[in-house]
Design a protein around this ligand. Sequence first.
Ligand code: TRP
Length: 374
Amino acid sequence: MSGSGSAADCESAARSGARREGPAAARREPGARRTEEAPPAARRRVFSGIQPSGVLHLGNYLGAVKHWAARQDDRENFICVVDLHAITVRQDPEALRAGTRELTAMLFACGIDPERTTLFVQSHVRAHAEAAWILGCATPIGWLERMTQFKAKSERRGGRERIGVGLFTYPVLQAADILLYDADEVPVGEDQKQHVELARDIAGRFNHIYGETFVLPEAVIPTAGARVMALDDPTVKMSKSETAGRGHAVRLTDTDDEIRRSLKRAVTDSGREIEFSDDPARAGVNNLLLIYQAITDRSEGQVLADFAGARGYGDLKMGVAEAVIEVVAPIRRRYEELMAAPEELDRLLAIGAERARKVAEPKAAEIRRLVGFA
Ligand code: TRP
């Protein structure tokens, strides 16, 4: 690698090799001896993919998005709204278009900063589709046949004569997403771990055939976020696909009154003790306390002190509702502002796509060359 030490050199090293070097390498003085250097302080690159379906809810916010927003400086973050993945099952075109814009607007409203995080729409960066084709040609059918999500989804959706080929090759597209960016980490739930491991296997196979090209990504199961349970059933996680009905989740688009109503209806128990508990019978109250704790960033002790004077679950629910409103109302207002200004949202999406292309396009060019395209 060149020793001239410019930021541009570091960038091109990032693109051409499987190992990216961090700012320490970029700052290296010409002729400086490697042994005297501090270890490279590269920011880890993190790639998150999110489906443009359903409205974001409090569980998404407290479990993930709040932490993405809080940690935009210690990691190099890419957040991709995966509309190419969405069409692996039948979508209403207008609903998909609207859902994609709504989700991106909501992520910006939650504090994702377009200058620090690359938030973009997958279909805006053509390299994803192209890389998926190339990687698919290096992926054995047997590997895809072992994907448990494909097996489950294809059975649910009517089997081989009805589902599209895209549902089968879905994990290859996901691998393309991850590998185009040389992501070190991919934060996912348990259900997506197998797909990230597949991406790693595909990277390994490609590297073996064509030479070191891709960083081998790692699935990370986030531990920072709160695990928010459903208000109508505190034994299951709040789910994005069930936000249409009332009472299950607090949607980030809910009005103050809707938030109060949903919390008022939250399932609790027949007791009156306000305390943290892992007794399944008391999961509802525990969930309310955890929501309050996560949304106010307070300790367990502070939370209990806040409710020491409560006369019962009614007071608890109202206290939680007001704390939730304090955070959600400004998010909702920013969201509504952005949705009312389509050209501003377009501008932000163009910035994201541009930043994403700067990384993905050179990588795509490299794999085109490696496989022998003239
Ligand atoms: N398959 C993921 C899900 O359903 C979404 C996704 C697409 C993704 N591409 C990704 C997640 C890349 C992480 C990295 O949740």
